[in-house]
Ligand binder design. Structure first.
Ligand code: ZN
Length: 380
């Protein structure tokens, strides 16, 4: 179960594999009805996870490296570096062949006179521009992946009946990111969005490509609520692309590092006819289980059996205990916590007196990293 093997089976499938992306995210989704397997990749971890991520992708059959969609949720290194490394070689050598790529770069985010930028964003923009411009934000006609200003929800169909409902970002979350991005690229003496300069800088930054690249709810107590900050000041996180994926009645919220406020707003819009909460099968918890990105409001709005936490605990010491506690006591159904690493931040929950009674845990097997959840045959 935990890592690696790309299992074949002749039945309906919707699997979410949290690849071993160190302190970041790399989510490998496989779905299909047994006749053809479809794939989606959401982020590819930081550069030091590249070996593990590429080893996973390299297991794909040479004659079928097709991926329906590659989503780069936002520009933070723990999500984007692996993607830069992935797309740095010439297209023919890419480990996957994405039909479409979602990424909000400078060219898409221009709104009035306020563009968006950011160093890694510039790298990736330069790559997409050179390598695969036709696939870039295709479902959005080449514009930004964001909620429309009208406030309506948008649902994007993928092959064979998968549907993605966009939850984040909106225009204001994107604009809040602008200043930081401009500051990031200021040292280059080039304008944000100048993709030729971005390319030159990328070529100099060989860690991404070696030398391959040439110029070319209510039980949450007050005390616990106080620990849940519910506010994440990171503008990059706020620009996260988050969505609900639905396939043949099974559903998962992919929340990247999105802010709780916009996610809650979007979920509220999805509720119909006096519905109090959204029932989903699984949640990829926002921001690796940070207490800044989960609120009692969110727990009230969502009912899920499976809660996925992707991080090895490096860098920011995530998940925060308060965030996991909020899931344990705030979940409407007995939650199963899926951790893709054993760490000093995730192991204590296995020893908790409530373990097995009020919640379940899943970890990788001995000596393994990464974890796969199958929504059609959940390992309960
Ligand atoms: Zn992150």
């Amino acid at each position: 179960m935990p890592t690696g093997n790309l299992r074949h089976g002749g039945k309906v499938q919707f699997d979410i594999h949290m690849l071993p992306a160190k302190h970041g995210d790399a989510l490998w989704i496989e779905y299909g009805d047994g006749t053809k397997r479809r794939r989606v990749l959401v982020d590819a971890g930081p550069i030091n996870a590249w070996q593990a991520i590429s080893a996973h992708l390299d297991k794909l059959p040479d004659d079928d490296r097709n991926v329906e969609l590659l989503v780069i949720t936002h520009v933070d290194t723990d999500h984007i570096e692996g993607v830069i490394r992935l797309l740095a070689p010439p297209v023919a050598k890419w480990l996957i062949q994405p039909q479409e790529i979602w990424f909000n770069g400078y060219e898409h985010m221009r709104s009035g006179e306020r563009p968006l930028g950011g160093k890694h964003g510039e790298f990736l923009s330069a790559l997409l521009h050179r390598r695969n411009a036709a696939s870039w934000n295709k479902a959005f006609k080449g514009e930004a992946v964001m909620l429309p200003d009208s406030g309506c929800l948008i649902e994007i169909p993928l092959a064979d009946g998968m549907k993605l409902t966009l939850l984040s970002p909106n225009r204001s979350k994107l604009l809040e990111m602008a200043t930081q991005w401009e500051r990031d690229v200021a040292a280059w003496e080039a304008d944000p969005g100048d993709l030729e300069s971005g390319w030159e800088e990328l070529v100099k930054t060989t860690k991404y490509h070696g030398s391959e690249l040439s110029l070319g709810p209510e039980d949450i107590t007050d005390k616990l609520q106080k620990q849940l900050r519910g506010h994440d000041g990171s503008k990059a996180n706020g620009s996260s692309i988050a969505f609900l994926a639905s396939y043949r009645g099974r559903t998962c919220l992919f929340l990247a590092d999105a802010h709780a406020d916009i996610v809650c707003d979007s979920i509220r819009k999805m509720l119909v006819d006096g519905q109090a909460f959204l029932k989903v099968d699984a949640v990829k918890v926002s921001h690796h289980g940070s207490r800044n990105n989960i609120t009692s409001e969110f727990m009230e709005l969502v009912d899920a059996d499976h809660w996925l936490i992707s991080t090895n605990g490096d860098v920011h010491g995530l998940p925060n205990e308060a965030a996991i506690e909020a899931i344990i006591v705030g979940a409407r159904s007995k939650p199963t916590l899926w951790f893709n690493y054993r760490s000093k931040f995730t192991e204590p929950f296995e020893r908790d007196a409530r373990h097995g009674v009020e919640f379940q845990t899943r970890y990788p097997g001995d000596g393994q990293e990464g974890l796969r959840l199958s929504l059609f045959t959940p390992e309960q």
